[in-house]
Design a protein around this ligand. Structure first.
Ligand code: NAP
Length: 265
């Protein structure tokens, strides 16, 4: 299958690690110009130290931007437009909320951070790129949600709330933009081996007073495919949604979880 996204300009938020990094590298391989963003330039430089040729050739650009900050988002979009005069693809993959092992671990002020860090940042970026994409009659927006949106559980209480809002919001916005070929979808990973998963595992193992290996194995046994997912598997789905091959998919949420979620819908 030819994704046909050569020379598309892709903005990847949360590109210094995990799913965002894998997606940025795949889009680069598929011939996109990639603008890789995170809050830390040194994290980005470390992540792309294996892509020096692409950096030299101007196929990938590293940008420091905290999407929790309105002004930084505006500056990012302005600079990308000054450079490319377009943004075709937006991938929102910044960090998810931390984990709560009891309700007392979710104080009121913490909710503000959670919504600012992920949901408000994603909304801001979506709103900034839509007019640019509509002008070109082509756009793809993929935001990372999570299966806790549909299947609430205590450690993921904040992730569930934020991701449910994100899925709902993406659906709503897609109803306005899809006639202009700006397609908006969300992807819900199950358990994917990233820094985020390692932090979850540390917390869970200490709750259960067990070794990390034991708890990881317990988690694996819950997954019908009997293994955890990889960032490359999620990146493949995102790249498909970011391409012309997904031209009739919009306003939807796709789980990629090895069968972990139990809901039929
Ligand atoms: N991994 C899983 O199993 C899993 C499961 C379900 C859902 N998800 C969702 O998938 C998304 C990505 O997860 P991941 O595991 O790949 O996370 P990750 O490895 O922790 O990566 C998060 C990325 O976001 C960047 N970042 C954090 N806050 C930011 C901000 N305010 N502005 C810009 N960049 C920011 C981080 O870089 P800097 O620190 O350099 O800024 C990093 O590059 C999250 O939204 C998560 O909720 C993941």
């Amino acid at each position: 299958m030819d994704l046909a996204i050569q020379r598309r300009v892709a903005l990847v938020i949360g590109a210094s690690s995990g799913i965002g990094e894998a997606t940025a590298k795949l889009l680069l391989k598929e011939g996109c110009f990639v603008v890789a963003c995170s809050r830390s330039l040194s994290n980005l430089e470390r992540a792309y130290s294996d892509s020096l040729e692409a950096l030299r050739e101007g196929k990938i650009f590293l940008f420091e931007c905290d999407i929790g900050e309105e002004e930084q988002c505006r500056r990012l979009v302005k600079e990308v437009i000054a450079k490319f005069d377009r943004i075709d693809i937006l991938i929102n993959s910044s960090a998810g909320p931390s984990f709560a092992w009891g309700l007392e671990q979710v104080p009121g002020e913490n909710w503000e951070t959670v919504f600012t860090g992920k949901l408000f940042g994603y909304i801001r970026m979506i709103q900034l790129v839509i007019p640019i994409m509509e002008r070109n009659n082509w756009g793809r927006i993929v935001s990372l949600a999570g299966i806790a949106a549909k299947e609430p559980s205590l450690p993921l209480i904040q992730a569930g709330a934020v991701n449910a809002a994100l899925i709902n919001l993406s659906k709503s916005i897609s109803q306005y933009t899809s006639s202009k070929n700006v397609l908006i979808n969300t992807v819900s990973p199950g358990i994917i081996k990233t820094a985020r998963f390692r932090s979850f595992l540390n917390g869970y193992a200490s709750q259960l007073k067990q070794d990390n290996d034991v708890v990881e194995n317990l988690l694996i046994q819950k997954v019908p495919t009997k293994r955890l997912g990889t960032v490359d598997e999620v990146a493949n789905l995102i790249a498909f949604l970011a391409s012309d091959c997904s031209s009739y998919i919009t306003g939807t949420n796709i789980s990629i979880d090895g069968g972990l979620s139990t809901t039929a819908f």
